[in-house]
Design a protein around this ligand. Structure first.
Ligand code: NDP
Ligand code: MG
Ligand code: MG
Length: 330
């Protein structure tokens, strides 16, 4: 098995007495910044004026412009949207990135695809929790951690690994386990995972199941519970005990259906398409399309998001969730 790093392998010392600038205070930014602060490290936030700025101030942080935060910091964690990072880097970060500082990311996209090219006299790394930012925070407050990855792109100081592990400890990732990767591996697997399985694959599977039942005349509310709501309960079981553990909890009838029918849904053709999707990621085709889509102000992204917001499963779900107050609270 690969080497896993836990709290005992990851001393906080390299970041003790240093200033960490978290750039961005969205999903990952708020989670990582608050965990680092609770781990006893000094954290400041770099932002533009706006919604996140006000939230970060309300959460008790010192907030500065991106340029100022980079000037004050030893360690700079870039948690801006991937498609904005190159511009903010060129305008505000690069001019203030002096020798010996650390430039760090939670996704390798901009370094791997050559959108950001840092000078050779700084450490460049990534520390990426493998989970959404709100869970990064919630799980930490419950005493746990979201597992993570780290990678070193440039080791100018000779201390990059120790620094990366200290940061991983600070955000709570070494409580769950952290493993070493490369920018290439992290970027390609992260994009593939979200496209084929976690986001693209899962949401199309849910919609296809829902549509099939509704078109056959079943009540949309039943289709919603069956294909969307219950998915969380099944995934929770997989998360706790793997696929076999999930199968232990379901009925034998459900398990027989699982064995017999699953492969008729995810067919050889689907697996072939997954390989194609992976190749497009590896060859930079997806990255190019996403970069150009942003330069054109996102016409495809906006149109597709709007279409899906009006899908019947969303309309039915909005109504049903109103009564599930324990979900609405979050
Ligand atoms: P969000 O969209 O949630 O947050 C982005 C933050 O950047 C906001 O605080 C926003 O502030 C700020 N921002 C945007 N533009 C600018 C600008 N021009 N100048 C200053 N601040 C700006 O991003 P995520 O947390 O989702 O993603 C951050 C990084 O983490 C990405 O690299 C992503 O790939 C990675 N990642 C994300 C995960 C997730 O759970 N979402 C999981 C693992 C990795 P404002 O309110 O002003 O817009
Ligand atoms: Mg991602
Ligand atoms: Mg991901």
């Amino acid at each position: 098995m690969v080497k896993m790093y836990y709290d005992n392998d990851a001393s906080l010392d390299s970041l003790q007495g240093k200033t960490i600038a978290v750039i961005g205070y969205g999903s990952q930014g708020h989670g990582q910044a608050q965990n680092l602060r609770d781990s006893g490290l000094k954290v400041i936030i770099g932002l533009r004026k706006g919604k996140s700025w006000d939230t970060a101030v309300a959460d008790g942080f010192e907030v500065y412009s991106v340029a100022e935060a980079v000037q004050k910091a030893d360690f700079i964690q870039i948690l801006l949207p991937d498609e904005r990072q190159a511009q903010v880097y060129n305008d505000e970060i690069a001019p203030n990135l002096t020798e010996g500082k650390t430039l760090s990311f939670s996704h390798g996209f901009n370094i791997h695809f050559g959108q950001i090219v840092p000078p050779s006299n700084v450490d460049v790394m990534l520390v990426a929790p493998k989970g959404p930012g709100h869970l990064v925070r919630r799980v930490y407050t419950e005493g746990g951690g979201v597992p993570g990855l780290f990678a070193i792109h440039q080791d100018a100081t000779g201390k990059a690994r120790d620094i990366a592990l200290a940061y991983a400890n600070g955000i709570g990732a070494t409580r769950a386990g952290v493993l070493e990767t490369s920018f290439k591996e992290e970027t390609e697997t992260d994009l593939f995972g979200e496209q084929a399985v976690l986001c693209g694959g899962a949401s199309e599977l849910v919609k296809a199941g829902f549509d099939t039942l509704v078109e056959a005349g079943y009540q949309p509310e039943i289709a919603y519970f069956e294909c969307l709501h219950e998915l969380k309960l099944i995934v929770d079981l997989m998360y706790e005990a793997g696929i076999s553990g999930m199968r232990y909890s379901i009925s034998d009838t459900a398990q027989y259906g699982d064995h017999m029918i699953g492969r008729r849904i995810i067919t050889d053709e689907t697996r072939k398409e997954m390989k194609k999707v992976l190749k497009e990621i590896q060859e930079g085709e997806f990255a190019r399309n996403w970069i150009l889509e942003n330069q054109a102000n996102r016409p495809v992204f906006n149109a597709m998001a709007k279409n899906d917001e009006n899908h019947q499963i969303e309309q039915v779900g909005r109504e049903l969730r109103k009564m599930m107050t324990w979900i609405n609270k979050k």
